[in-house]
Design a binder for this molecule. Structure first.
Ligand SMILES: NC(=O)c1ccc[n+]([C@@H]2O[C@H](COP(=O)([O-])OP(=O)(O)OC[C@H]3O[C@@H](n4cnc5c(N)ncnc54)[C@H](OP(=O)(O)O)[C@@H]3O)[C@@H](O)[C@H]2O)c1
Length: 279
């Protein structure tokens, strides 16, 4: 592979926050959940429309040493599709993991066209894909943003942008007094943003928040690992990227020996677009 993104989850692998989960596998623990590059081998019994030499992108579920921060990677055939035409490997690598997480979020929330979805952390990689996929499916989107990100989030397609912060639920309620039908919580604000959701609405949590809920709101924990072999959905994301429906955003690229720098930069917050390690 020639490109692997740096995601928040990689920093937890590195800093020990995932130690309990990882210890079931022998070290070393290699992070990285998505990658792009060139397909150089196909397993003997694999049915695929891909050919050796194709430019591809893949979602990777690291179990011990098989993370995406590597020049060579073996993944299930259903985790790999062609890279979007016209995208660099770095740009292509930003799509699989967060694109599928956004896809899973919308599938779980199961809103109907015309219903309103709120998105926190909308300027982020996951939040941005949620906004763009939701708009493509006819939802009305209210997204949060810091003042400096307001134009970015509007450009992603949000219908209404409210100021981010601990009181964002109140600001969403000012726009939609009855509360939103669904909320995708990319900023991981959990119980702080639950009040933005209408009675019997739906809430997607991306870091394991599962309640307590209130007013009949269903909380859906999102775990992209369960979508890692949803090949048709990954290929649909490729198509949407080729059509310009979703935007691939690279903040900066780093050589592997500067991966630590990329981690520090991500952890500092404020990165817009993804940091990518290129090989
Ligand atoms: N469960 C899964 O399968 C899964 C899959 C993918 C991602 N995730 C999780 O989803 C979350 C988003 O990922 P990402 O890659 O999109 O991260 P990201 O690119 O860093 O985006 C997060 C966004 O939320 C903002 N934010 C952070 N704290 C906030 C707060 N208290 N109030 C308002 N905004 C806040 C960030 O702003 P600043 O940069 O200014 O801090 C940033 O714009 C991460 O926690 C990640 O671990 C989970």
């Amino acid at each position: 592979m020639t490109a692997a993104t740096v995601n928040p989850t990689d920093t937890y692998v590195r800093n020990g926050a995932r130690a309990d989960m990882l210890k079931q596998w022998p070290p070393p623990y290699v992070p990285g959940m998505d990658a792009a590059g060139v397909l150089d081998e196909i397993g003997p019994d694999v049915q695929t429309d891909l050919a050796i030499g194709d430019r591809v992108m893949a979602i990777v579920v690291p179990r011990g040493s098989n993370g995406a921060y590597a020049e060579q990677l073996v993944v299930p055939a259903d985790s790999v599709v062609r890279a979007p035409r016209g995208a660099s490997d770095a740009a292509a690598s930003t799509l699989p993991m967060n694109g599928l997480t956004a896809r899973q979020t919308l599938d779980l929330l199961a809103l109907s066209p015309g219903e309103t979805l709120a998105v926190t952390g909308a300027a982020g990689c996951y939040g941005g894909y949620v906004v763009q996929l939701a708009k493509a499916e006819g939802l009305r989107v209210i997204a949060d943003a810091a003042e400096a990100d307001e134009q970015l989030v509007r450009d992603l397609g949000a219908d209404v942008v409210v100021r981010r912060g601990d009181d964002v639920a109140a600001r969403i309620r000012e726009v939609v007094p009855e509360g939103v039908a669904g909320l995708a919580d990319g900023a991981v604000q959990n119980e702080l943003v639950l009040p933005a959701v209408r009675d019997n609405g739906a809430f997607a949590s991306v870091r394991g928040f599962s309640g307590p809920s209130e007013r009949g709101i269903r909380i859906h924990p999102v775990w992209v690992g369960t979508y890692a072999t949803e090949r048709a959905k990954l290929d649909r994301l490729r198509e949407l990227a080729e059509k310009g429906v979703i935007t691939l955003r690279v903040a900066a690229t780093y050589p592997p020996d500067r991966a630590g720098e990329a981690h520090r930069r991500l952890e500092a917050g404020g990165t817009r677009g993804r940091l990518v390690i290129t090989f």
